[in-house]
Design a protein around this ligand. Structure first.
Ligand code: HMG
Ligand code: MG
Length: 306
């Protein structure tokens, strides 16, 4: 097997992880989490979303979070911006508080697109077009997320052709990188490979990442299958935090700790210090009053106690 020797993990915990929490997490805690993640060696983070606070109240403090960050050189800070209003809000701050990257997020399922962003797939692309153009004009990297690439909570199984179609539409409007998301964690390795192969028709292997929720416990297997295709970038969430408010019952992304343990065990570098990462996960889990949703973190925390 010709696996990548280095993998980049994008910790989406502060955004995807926290967006679904009922209890409002103060901006200071989010900032502390981001600081701890970057201290652990995470080089790319999703910090917040510039979406409607009526839709996702947890992300209403987006500007405060961006303003409070003490940035580390070499770290990329990404935020979600579904429309021009979101981009304008992200860029209303002084330049040093701007994101390095914005994420537009569409879906391979019409029903999910409607529930999540209140428009059809075609309309979403028209909304993203000026966002991508304006961001690129400012030198901000543009990433796209495609939700429901293997299954949708409303439409069931999704054909790979739909993933290819949305990937092509995103490429045509200047989206530079796409994340292939298994939003509800129903994917298994061969299905996930087919979704990624569909994306590979329009993006190079260096411009695709995997974004796997772990609802059915398949995310590590799906990660390994994706590594076999040469995919070397993954979104993961510290302590396995999260879920999408518009995908009921779906759990968080695969835990960053579990993926780091898998990769390091296979001799694949991430640049992340697993012990410090476990501390970051314990910090936010303590705040939320629960245990980290990560087998590796649980094992390592137990080992420390004994
Ligand atoms: P809309 O209602 O169609 O927008 O929402 P609108 O343009 O008609 O505006 C309606 C109201 O929203 C107005 O306010 C606007 O000002 C406001 P009002 O006049 O009623 O007071 N508004 C905004 N406010 C703040 N920031 C904005 C913004 N845009 C409009 N950017 C919209 C469209 C996309 C805004 C809405 O549907 C929304 O916010 N949805 C939330 C989507 C979301 O955050 N989902 C979770 C993240 S995606 C995800 O988790 C999946 C991912 O992880 C991959 C995977 O796992 O699948 C990425
Ligand atoms: Mg997600």
């Amino acid at each position: 097997m010709n696996l990548p020797s280095t993998v980049k993990l994008v910790d989406v915990g502060p955004r995807d992880g926290l967006q679904n929490e009922k209890q409002l997490v103060p901006a200071a805690i989010k900032i502390e989490l981001i600081h701890r993640l970057q201290e652990a060696g995470v080089k790319h983070l999703e910090t917040t979303s510039f979406v409607s606070p009526k839709w996702v109240p947890q992300m209403a403090d987006n500007a405060q979070v961006m303003a409070g960050l003490i940035r580390k050189t070499g770290v990329r800070y990404a935020v979600l911006t579904p429309n021009m209003q979101g981009l304008q809000a992200a860029l209303a701050a002084p330049r040093e508080q701007w994101p390095d990257e914005i994420v537009v997020f569409g879906a391979a399922s019409e029903a999910f697109s409607q529930r999540n962003i209140n428009c059809s797939i075609a309309q979403s692309i028209e909304r993203f077009r000026p966002v991508a153009e304006a961001a690129r004009a400012q030198g901000i990297h543009v990433r796209g997320a495609i939700s429901c690439t293997v299954g949708c909570p409303y439409e069931g199984e999704i054909a790979p052709e739909r993933v290819a179609m949305v990937a092509r539409l995103m490429r045509d409007i200047g989206v530079q990188h796409i994340g292939v998301a298994d939003t509800i964690g129903v994917g298994t390795p061969l299905k996930v490979k087919r979704a990624l192969e569909a994306a590979l028709q329009h993006y190079s292997v260096d411009d695709i990442s995997g974004h796997f929720h772990d609802t059915y416990g398949q995310a590590l297997a799906n990660t390994l299958a994706s590594l076999e295709l040469g995919i070397w970038q993954y979104d993961t969430s510290v302590a396995g935090l999260g879920g999408c408010p518009y995908a009921k019952g779906a759990t968080g992304n695969v835990a960053t700790e579990d993926v780091v343990y898998l990769l390091h065990g296979m001799g694949i570098e991430t640049g992340i210090d697993l012990d410090k990462l476990v501390d970051a996960g314990a910090f936010i889990s303590d705040f939320l009053g629960r245990k980290p949703n990560s087998r590796a973190a649980t094992a390592l925390l137990n080992k420390r106690e004994n």
